[in-house]
Write a protein that binds this ligand. Structure first.
Ligand SMILES: [Zn+2]
Length: 465
């Protein structure tokens, strides 16, 4: 532990200038956030002309009727236009808020709110919670009309919307209540760790965040998701039998098998698993069950179990720990930096002893361009894992010596195509757009890779004979 703190101390000395030099952080944040926004707009402009292509890629031609293809192109076009305009709108709002010193104003407003209840500035944690709540409110409300438009105009037009205004409002209120119920105690504990551990907070905060993530893994599907969706045990039948048999052969510790009234039309959350290492639960979306035959759903599950077999969730957790560690290791330099707060219009008395939460949020906005790069790397890693899980499904026949699994790759391909067509997912994708945004390879890329995996799995199976 001492070694860690010596190293962290050395890093802080490198960054000591942050605490003394009057750097124009505000201009830096404005310029860098505009750069990220304009780059994202540029990606949309690269992608946009592809929605005018008259026919799907040759590999997909036989699976798309011309009507379905035209619908998918029109849907993509509308979504891209919406993304471009809402991205620029959000950026203009954020830019104005930074320009007019929204952080300083919100901190002051939180202080006055607390004072109205008889609490002074000594109650930093309470003031921090009020501060974050005020900031969240003023950044969410202007985006509400966009969200209404997206659900009731854009999705409606393309036949995807199943949300009623009542459900929309109920979801919104539930979301807010939940954010407060979980967010407030989380923030209080987070800030308490800082206060308690002082400048040696890095390992303690890491431990706290890891514990929080693990608790959420348990709480999310059992407590939170049921607030929005209904999970019911998958009824007995061919599908259930197939999945239970597959899980048993792979020694996957399956405890519960659920069907969810999803209709959350995301092409990759068609089925997933969760739970602790010794007790796992599988959830399948009702839409997938409706669209695909039992043997195709089984192939999707074989892919999901590939993620489990290769421990992809654990690996992603480790990478995210490394990411969090880097952020926390850099943070102390910004934690005691009056010039940082001064740059964002805070009065001298607040800036002299920066409140932890204020310093942390300002630090986050400084990190934003770096986070965009980290996002690209995380997407690349996630795409690799997708290929690995697809290969796992193709190789099951050899791994298990199961002749009846020889066409799993084909079944998986069919299920992916069906999902894609039903979701009107985009088929022509610009490579740079995809590298930046996509956590999954495109359908064309996956089908091509599946062909390769099937071929090499076939060769391996022959060798074993
Ligand atoms: Zn996957």
């Amino acid at each position: 532990m001492d070694f860690l703190h010596t190293q962290l101390g050395a890093l802080q000395r490198q960054l000591a200038f942050v605490a003394v030099d009057p750097i124009d952080w505000k201009t830096y944040v404005q310029v860098s956030s505009w750069a990220v926004c304009l780059f994202e707009s540029y990606l949309l402009l690269r992608q946009y002309p592809l929605y005018s292509k008259p026919a799907p890629p040759p590999a997909l031609a036989e699976h798309f009727s011309s009507g379905d293809f035209a619908k998918s192109q029109a849907y993509g076009r509308d979504k891209a236009k919406f993304a471009l305009l809402s991205g620029l709108y959000g950026q203009v709002l954020e830019s104005l808020q930074i320009h007019y010193g929204v952080y300083a104003w919100a901190w002051d407003a939180a202080g006055r709110l607390l004072a109205a209840f008889g609490y002074g500035p000594a109650y930093e944690i309470s003031q921090s919670i009020a501060f974050v709540f005020i900031l969240a409110l003023i950044s969410t409300i202007p985006n509400l009309p966009l969200s209404v438009y997206q659900t009731f105009v854009l999705e409606e037009k393309h036949g995807f919307n199943k949300t009623t205004p009542g459900l929309f409002i109920a979801d919104l209120l539930k979301g807010w209540a939940l954010a407060f119920a979980i967010g407030a105690p989380f923030l209080a504990a987070f800030l308490y760790v800082f206060r308690w551990a002082g400048d040696r907070f890095v390992p303690w905060l890491m431990a706290f965040l890891l514990a929080f993530q693990l608790i959420m893994v348990i709480i999310y599907p059992t407590v939170i998701q049921p607030l929005f969706n209904k999970l019911s045990p998958l009824p007995a039948g061919e599908l259930r039998t197939r999945i239970e048999a597959l899980a048993a052969r792979l020694r996957f510790p399956l405890t519960h098998l659920y069907e969810i009234d999803g209709s959350k039309r995301s092409s990759h959350s068609n089925a997933y698993f969760f739970g602790l290492p010794w007790s796992k639960h599988i959830v399948i979306f009702d839409t997938l069950i409706k669209q695909s035959k039992a043997d195709e759903v089984e192939a999707v599950l074989a892919h999901e179990l590939g993620h489990w077999y290769y421990m992809h969730p654990t690996k992603l957790l480790c990478v995210s720990q490394l990411h969090i560690f880097t952020i926390l290791a850099l943070f102390p330099a910004f934690l005691h930096a009056p010039p940082l707060l001064r740059a964002f219009d805070f009065p001298a008395d607040v800036a002299a002893h920066p409140p932890t939460i204020v310093a942390f949020l300002l630090f986050q906005s400084i990190l934003r361009p770096i986070e965009a790069v980290v996002g690209v790397a995380m997407n690349a890693l996630s795409r690799r894992f997708e290929y690995e899980a697809d290969r796992f499904a193709c190789e099951l026949q050899t791994r298990l010596g199961a002749e009846e699994m020889r066409d799993l790759g084909e079944r998986l391909g069919r299920a992916l195509i069906a999902l894609h067509v039903k979701n009107l997912s985009t088929v022509w994708v610009d490579w740079l757009y995809s590298a930046y945004h996509h956590s999954h390879p495109t359908l064309t890329e996956r089908l091509r890779a599946l062909e390769g995996f099937k071929a090499s799995a076939g060769v391996a199976a022959k060798k074993e004979l």
